[in-house]
Design a binder for this molecule. Structure first.
Ligand code: BV8
Ligand code: ZN
Length: 250
């Protein structure tokens, strides 16, 4: 199933970097944004994931995030998340970068995940900046308010036109530039600057593999695209890396 060139690249890889998008959570039952049936079909990304839209109609934007938080509470990590959590212990240098805000990588056991677009389980006050506690999160008020100053709470995610968390993008680019194998998993590659990370890996000489049931905007720039669901493909890579580990001199 895996190409000879990928098997060779994995056999000698000391450093692996992975970028994931919404597709890696699809098999857990979390709707993606842009593939058929994705949530963006009802909610256009540029309209909903934007601060101006939020201030204009916080209730409507919160309705979308309450829906997504509810979905995320009810799902489990899938074999793709679990494979990435296993992979981190099979090479000396492993970095997982995600565009997802669902926290499923950490729930699967991945450590030090670089969350480029924030995390939907955290909210903070737009006026005083204070983060809301878990208990405040639990209440699905239509427009949650800050307990300290009464300001509007917002999800701790990166909206269009907003900067990524300080340092996150730089750390991701460093990992991409030093890795031997780069995996771009479950992302349509349309949102920047995240989509430039696999391209940086490619130009730095990594073997770059895209894992997605469909071709994407990035496909022509990859070393190869494996057309399949990440929940099936990623465990195959882990099997190969595990076999390699068992043959290595201890
Ligand atoms: C910034 C909020 C700079 C969190 C999101 C013109 C050209 C280029 C860029 C721009 C431009 N105009 C503006 C920009 C910049 C803009 C941008 O990229 N726009 C795009 C749409 C053109 N980017 C920004 O604004 C970023 N900030 O640039 O700031 C700056 C500089 C100075 C001063 C101020 C600012 C901020 C970007 C973050 C936006 N936030 N969401 C949330 O609510 O989630 S974007 C949203 O899309 C999500 O965060 C998501 O993570 C992201 C990417 O989507 P994907 O993860 O790829 O998901 P998608 O559904 O698209 O694809 C899923 C894929 O999975 C599909 O390919 C499908 O085939 C596949 N799949 C399905 N099933 C499976 C599968 N794969 C594997 N297995 C399966 N089973
Ligand atoms: Zn406040």
């Amino acid at each position: 199933m895996l190409s000879q060139s990928l098997l060779e690249a994995l056999s000698s890889a000391q450093s692996i970097c992975v970028l994931t998008g919404a597709g890696v959570s699809a098999e857990s039952g979390v709707p993606t944004f842009r593939s058929a049936g994705g949530i963006w079909e009802k909610f256009r990304p540029e309209d909903f994931a934007r601060f101006e839209s939020f201030i204009r109609n916080p209730e409507l934007v919160w309705e979308w995030y309450h829906y997504r938080k509810k979905v995320i509470r009810e799902v489990m990590p899938n074999p793709g998340h679990i494979a990435l959590a296993q992979m981190q212990d099979l090479v000396p240098d492993f970095t997982l970068v995600t565009q997802n805000v669902d926290g499923l990588h950490a729930r699967a056991g991945s450590r030090n995940v670089i969350e480029l677009h924030g995390n939907i389980t955290r909210s903070y006050c737009v006026d005083c900046g204070l983060f809301a506690g878990e208990e405040e999160q639990a209440v699905f008020e239509r427009t949650p308010r800050c307990k300290t100053c009464g300001g509007l709470l917002r999800p701790d995610v990166v909206w269009f036109g907003e900067l990524l968390p300080a340092g996150a993008f730089g750390k991701a680019m460093e990992a991409a530039r030093r890795c031997d194998v780069f995996l771009s998993v479950g992302t349509s590659g349309v949102v920047y600057p995240a989509a430039s990370i696999p391209l940086a890996a490619r130009s730095a000489g990594a073997y770059v593999v895209e894992i997605n049931p469909e071709y994407t905007d990035l496909s022509p720039r990859m070393n190869e695209t494996i057309l399949g669901p990440s929940g099936e493909i990623l465990p195959l890579l882990v099997t190969h890396l595990t076999q390699r580990a068992s043959h290595e001199p201890t």
